[in-house]
Design a protein around this ligand. Structure first.
Ligand code: ATP
Ligand code: MG
Length: 330
């Protein structure tokens, strides 16, 4: 690992692994007796990438994170983490380079923030415990609360202490399991700000979340897991892959003969009127189609209010892919 003067990580190259991949996961499966937690999962994550894991309850997100974090052994398949093949023997070497922020913060509630961090720093056998604690407290803006007992902190602040704890070892890859679960909008925004700062420093982040807008805002790419991996890609790629492209035309008054305006236009494959009265045109390429549509509307004496691409959210993509209650069926 190379460490830049500002504390950011360079892009190390490891023999035998793709130099740009912090994680390479191939056909990984985990079963607990007869129950399949996840199956045949393959993906890779580049250094410095923020990779989101979405999926319903019981989809296997936490178990995947625990497997890659060397806390549970996979049933089959392989993975390479920061260039180190995952095995029973390589656990300590991998754990020295990564960190996990689990679903529940797991703090000693009777100890203060600083005592908790000290306790974990000693457990991880880290050097320069004082300096590290100061740095992580600063990173999560908790310096002022170092002497507060953790049991007296709000959920949002406890989550920040848990993040500080995960940062103690200056990890190259940080796994965050639902870091904003149960937090109010302000606390969520604070955690997002902290993650932005980590992202800017080049820390590789694997984030599980049920908040689709969070994945959309923070992640370079997202994976949708529902026991098997359903989709992986940038949010905009997933939208384009799943949905045809549409232009929505709004006019001040209804068109007398919309078919005469829209039928046969270049790049327009079909159209329909929406319940709100606008016209939704199915197009092959919105940029190529829009000028011709505008000209046709003007020629028909229509008062155009807008011609705009209609966007699907990541939520639409998610619902298209994950439409069943997997957990209750098992
Ligand atoms: N230690 C375990 N023993 C037996 N089954 C387990 C164990 N851990 C997880 N499972 C099962 O594996 C499946 C995946 O669970 P997991 O916790 O990974 O899902 P998840 O995607 O993180 O869900 P959530 O969104 O609710 O956190 C579930 O059916 C769960 O019951
Ligand atoms: Mg989970």
């Amino acid at each position: 690992m190379t460490s830049e003067p500002d504390g950011s990580h360079g892009r190390p190259s490891h023999d035998g692994a793709k130099p740009d991949s912090a994680l390479v996961v191939e056909h990984l499966t985990k079963r607990f007796a007869e129950r399949v937690a996840y199956e045949d999962v393959s993906f890779d994550v580049g250094y410095g990438e923020v990779f989101g894991f979405l999926g319903p309850n019981g989809a296997g997100k936490t178990t995947t994170v625990r497997t890659l974090g060397t806390l549970v052994a996979p049933t089959s398949g392989s993975a390479t983490i920061v260039g180190i093949p995952l095995s029973a023997e390589s656990g300590p070497a991998i754990r020295a380079r990564i960190s996990i922020m689990p679903e529940s913060p797991g703090l000693y509630l009777r100890l203060t923030v600083a005592e908790n961090l000290e306790c974990f720093a000693r457990l991880y056998e880290l050097r320069d415990v004082r300096g590290r604690i100061d740095r992580v407290l600063q990173a999560v803006n908790l310096t002022e609360r170092a002497s507060d007992v953790c049991g007296a902190l709000s959920k949002g602040l406890r989550q920040r202490v848990a993040l500080a704890r995960a940062l103690l070892s200056d990890p190259e890859v940080l796994f965050l399991d639902e870091p904003t679960s149960g937090l109010d909008p302000v606390a969520t925004r604070d955690v997002h700000g902290l993650l932005d700062a980590l992202r800017a420093r080049g820390v590789t982040i694997v984030l599980t979340t049920h908040r689709l807008e969070e994945a959309e805002r923070l992640c370079h790419r997202v994976a949708i897991l529902n026991t098997t991996l359903r989709l992986v890609g940038r949010p905009d790629e997933l939208r384009a892959q799943l949905f045809s492209r549409n232009l929505e035309v709004r006019t001040r008054t209804q068109l007398d003969e919309p078919g005469r305006v829209f039928d046969g236009l270049a790049h327009v494959e079909g159209w329909e009127q929406s319940p709100t009265g606008s016209y939704v045109l199915n197009v092959t390429d919105p940029d190529a189609a829009a000028p011709g549509i505008a000209r046709a509307l003007v020629a028909a004496n229509a008062d155009i209010l807008s011609v705009a691409e209609s966007h699907h959210s990541l939520e639409d993509v998610y619902l298209e892919v994950v439409d069943e209650d997997v957990e209750a069926k098992r």
